[in-house]
Design a protein around this ligand. Sequence first.
Ligand code: ADP
Ligand code: MG
Length: 386
Amino acid sequence: PLLPGQIIEGRPATLGVLGGGQLGRMFVRAAQALGFETVVLDPDPASPAGRSCHHFIQAAYEDAEALREMARLAHAITTEFENVPAASLRELARLRPVTPSADTVAIAQDRIREKACFAQSGVPPAPHAVIETEADLAAVAENLLPGVLKTARLGYDGKGQARVGTRQELADAWHGMGRRACVLEKRLPLAAECSVIVARGRDGQTVSLPVQRNLHRNGILAVSEIHEGNIPAPLAAQAQAATCRLAHELGYVGVLCVEYFVLEDGSLIVNEIAPRPHNSGHYSIDACDLSQFELQARALAGLPLSAPRQHSPAIMLNLLGDLWLDAAGQPRQPPWRQILALPGAHLHLYGKTEARPGRKMGHLTFTGPTPQAARANAQTAAALLG
Ligand code: ADP
Ligand code: MG
């Protein structure tokens, strides 16, 4: 293990992360709190994590020299972004411990491979078909429509997806996506969505956060509610067990999030995996005694993982760039003074200077003595935000 503050090769133990977004920023903060130095690699000179770390390498993820510099500075390396080229992780792994492994990240980068690995979870994915050729398109079973066509690679926040009702719409959408490899999923009647975050150490020890219940708007996470009874207990237990099983089957090391659908008939469907901390787990900073980011740092350093305990019911609201624009599209400041006057409000802004519609600028977590109290304050904040 790497011990915080330990001097290695003449420098304090240092943790590196590929990707400088908000997840990277919250990771470096947690790593720093433990006593590690931190290094971030990101192409964006103004990346949120790049401005919070000890060493910032501004470069493309494929830049061989930058990767060597990362491996020189960092004694162990993780990622905050699943679309970092797996080849870069593989290259780094020749020089330093890298978690999660390039192989598991590569699975999460590809919906086709991801769907295949769900067989090991014991929970089924949505009925689906892989579309890579015109012949695949012609062979799509009628019962997959209406469906959701998703590019196999590089989709996020509902991007790279099209809702299709008919064969013609499906063909048009697939051609519109440039005939890229895709997955067509049957559109399912969702009663709820939830996610489970686990951390698994090199020794196989696995700990789990409570199950998050998630509300999406326009394909983007909007609200997560985390408290006892947010989804029926048997479903929560099933989702947690399936997530632990997947982490185990994949030989996963690090923080893993698995997203699930709860259908109207009460059954559970596995949707997708993220090989990193997840937006739905941000509440763990304020509502748990161990956050998903500290778990990521501990797993990377080979330190003990203890089971996180949630000490307060929590509701998290994502803050999208739309809130920084008025009805006429002019810049405005959200009403932070009124919001911070609400009990249990925890504001996290990511330091992004440019607000764009749909861009994740920050989040607000409300904690309270009861779910009702947290929800009431979150609702007041949502009304203030407009
Ligand atoms: P992303 O990578 O953009 O998060 P997801 O596959 O998680 O992609 O889809 C985003 C959201 O779209 C989901 O959280 C869910 O609300 C909705 N969605 C996706 N697939 C389906 C489906 N098969 N049936 C119904 N809703 C879906
Ligand atoms: Mg998703």
